[in-house]
Structure formats: structure tokens, C-alpha cells
Design a protein around this ligand. Structure first.
Ligand SMILES: CC(C)(COP(=O)(O)OP(=O)(O)OC[C@H]1O[C@@H](n2cnc3c(N)ncnc32)[C@H](O)[C@@H]1OP(=O)(O)O)[C@@H](O)C(=O)NCCC(=O)NCCS
Length: 109
């Protein structure tokens, strides 16, 4: 988490991907940078720290579930080496409309 003047300006976190034992080495992450602080390297810094933390704890795969229309997030994850898989249609719903999602994944060797 990044805090400026007691205001949170960015965070990255992860949680288990699924409960079943087969997924014990996979996590799903979130990353968010407040709008006035973007394009200055904070997202890369937060994800770099989170990825180091995950790798150090034996995580093999990190997954992000992105709004398929969120081009900024898709470009950001591609720059960090995440690979995209298929777009799934109408999985989410927000502001009275269906959202398509895309899964992005990064594997540690
Ligand atoms: C996606 C997000 C986290 C990026 O954070 P950021 O601090 O602006 O990103 P950075 O400045 O660290 O950029 C890292 C890299 O991604 C690229 N990138 C970031 N935003 C981009 C954009 N809108 N278009 C193209 N590339 C972009 C940068 O060019 C940079 O590449 P480089 O380091 O190789 O030069 C931020 O836009 C955000 O919080 N968006 C809203 C929430 C969200 O969509 N979260 C993801 C869902 S899990």
C-alpha cells in the first residue's frame, strides 16, 4: 500500500484463486492506483513488490481478472509480462450493464 498525507494512493494485494487444494499455488491479485497518481511507476512498483512476495512464498501463478474494456489495465499487465487468455462474455455486472472479462496470468519458473 502507498499512503501520501494519510491518504491511500495505491495498493496491490492477492487472495487465493480457488479453495480447492489443486489451486494452492495460484493467487488472484488486484492493483489500484488513484487517478491523480497514475503513469508515474507506482503500479509497477506495487506489483513488483507483490510478485516478489508471492514468489518468496512458493506461489507459482498469479492471475488477474480484468474488465475486458479496461485497455489501461490490459496494457499495464502486458508490460509486466502477464499473458492474456480468452475473453469471457457477460460474467460481471456493473452500472446496469454486463461486463466481459479477460484472465491474465504470470507464471514463476
Ligand atoms: C492499471 C494501473 C494499476 C496502472 O498503474 P500505473 O501506476 O499508472 O502504471 P505504471 O506507471 O507503473 O506503468 C507501468 C507500465 O504499464 C504501462 N501502462 C500503464 N498504464 C498504461 C496505459 N493506460 N496505456 C498503456 N500502457 C500503460 C506503462 O507504460 C508502464 O510501462 P513501462 O514501465 O514498461 O514503461 C492503474 O491505471 C489503475 O489503478 N487503474 C484502475 C484500476 C485497475 O484497472 N486495476 C487493475 C485491475 S486488477
Amino acid at each position: 500500500m502507498v499512503e501520501r498525507d494519510s491518504v491511500v494512493t495505491g495498493y496491490a494485494s492477492y487472495a487465493p484463486f480457488r479453495d480447492k487444494a489443486a489451486y494452492a499455488h495460484t493467487v488472484e491479485h488486484s492493483v489500484y492506483v488513484a487517478s491523480g497518481h497514475r503513469a508515474a511507476g507506482m503500479g509497477r512498483m506495487l506489483m513488483g513488490a507483490l510478485m516478489d512476495y508471492a514468489r518468496g512464498r512458493g506461489i507459482h501463478t498469479m492471475i488477474g481478472v480484468l474488465d475486458a474494456d479496461n485497455e489501461a489495465s490490459r496494457a499495464f499487465h502486458r508490460r509486466l509480462g502477464f499473458e492474456e487468455s480468452a475473453v469471457l462474455r457477460e460474467v460481471g455486472r456493473k452500472f446496469d450493464r454486463w461486463l466481459d472479462i479477460v484472465f491474465v496470468a504470470h507464471h514463476f519458473s
